[in-house]
Design a protein around this ligand. Structure first.
Ligand SMILES: [Fe+2]
Ligand SMILES: [Fe+2]
Length: 235
C-alpha cells in the first residue's frame, strides 16, 4: 500500500469492483478481450514513458490500464439490450466513436469522464480517459495522454482491439510505428520515434508470447486492417 500510494490503490480497487460487476453480466470473451487490450496498452505505455524519460512511468501504466474504462458500462448496456436485426449497422460500434454515440447517445471517452469525476481521478488521469483518441486536445499532461494514445494505437493496429481504431494510414513512406509516435508525441524527433517504434514492436512480440495469445485468442477473428503489413508489402 505504501509503494502504490492511496490514490492509485483506491483507483485500482474501484476498477476491480466495476470489472467484477460487469464481468458477471457480459460475455467472458468480451471482458477478456477488453482486459488484454488494457493490459498491453498499460505495459507499452510504461515502456514508452521510460523510453522518453517521462518522470512517472507507473502513472503511465495506470493510465494505460484505465484509458478505456468508460467502455465497460457500454459493454454492460450492450449485453442487456442486444442489437436488433433492424439496427445491424450498429454492430461495429466498438470501432467508431461516431457509431458508439449513435448506439448509446454517448461514447466511452465521455463515460470515462463521468466515472473519473465520480471516482475523483486526478485531472491528468481524467484527461487520458477523455482525450486518448484526440491526444492533441490534452492540456494538463499532454505527454501522459500522448504516451497512452500511442500505446493504444500500437495495440489496435496489431489487432489487439478494444474500441476505436487509429486513423487511416496516410500512405507516406514513414513506417506506421513512427507515424503513430510522431502523431501522438509531436515533440520527439523522427530518429527517436524510429527507435521507440522498434522498441515497442519487440516488447509487443514478447508480451504476446508471454500472455499466450493463441490463434483462438485475440487473433481468432483474424487481424483486422493492418497498416504494418501494408507498409511491409510496399517496401
Ligand atoms: Fe478508447
Ligand atoms: Fe484503447
Amino acid at each position: 500500500m505504501m509503494l502504490l500510494g492511496v490514490e492509485r490503490l483506491r483507483t485500482l480497487i474501484l476498477t476491480c469492483s466495476l470489472l467484477e460487476y460487469v464481468g458477471h453480466r457480459v460475455a467472458s470473451e468480451e471482458i477478456q478481450s477488453f482486459w488484454q487490450h488494457c493490459f498491453l496498452t498499460a505495459t507499452l505505455s510504461e515502456r514508452l514513458a521510460r523510453g522518453i524519460g517521462y518522470p512517472q512511468p507507473e502513472q503511465a501504466y495506470l493510465a494505460g490500464l484505465l484509458h478505456d474504462i468508460g467502455a465497460l458500462p457500454l459493454l454492460l448496456s450492450n449485453s442487456s439490450e442486444p442489437i436488433q436485426a433492424e439496427s445491424a449497422a450498429f454492430e461495429g460500434w466498438r470501432e467508431s466513436l461516431a457509431l458508439e454515440r449513435e448506439r448509446f447517445g454517448t461514447d466511452h471517452c465521455e463515460v470515462g469522464r463521468w466515472l473519473g469525476i465520480s471516482w475523483n481521478f486526478s485531472p491528468a488521469l481524467l484527461e487520458v480517459m477523455v482525450c486518448h483518441h484526440n491526444p492533441r486536445e490534452a492540456i494538463h499532461d499532454p505527454y501522459l495522454v500522448g504516451i497512452v494514445a500511442a500505446a493504444d494505437q500500437f495495440c489496435v493496429v496489431r489487432g489487439v482491439v478494444q474500441g476505436v481504431g487509429p486513423p487511416e494510414p496516410c500512405g507516406s513512406a514513414i513506417h506506421p510505428n513512427e507515424q503513430i509516435l510522431r502523431a501522438c508525441l509531436p515533440s520527439i524527433s523522427p530518429e527517436e520515434a524510429g527507435k521507440l517504434g522498434e522498441m515497442l514492436e519487440t516488447d509487443f512480440l514478447h508480451l504476446i508470447q508471454l500472455m499466450d495469445f493463441g490463434a483462438a485468442g485475440v487473433f481468432g477473428g483474424g487481424i483486422p486492417k493492418n497498416p504494418f503489413r501494408e507498409f511491409e508489402a510496399r517496401t
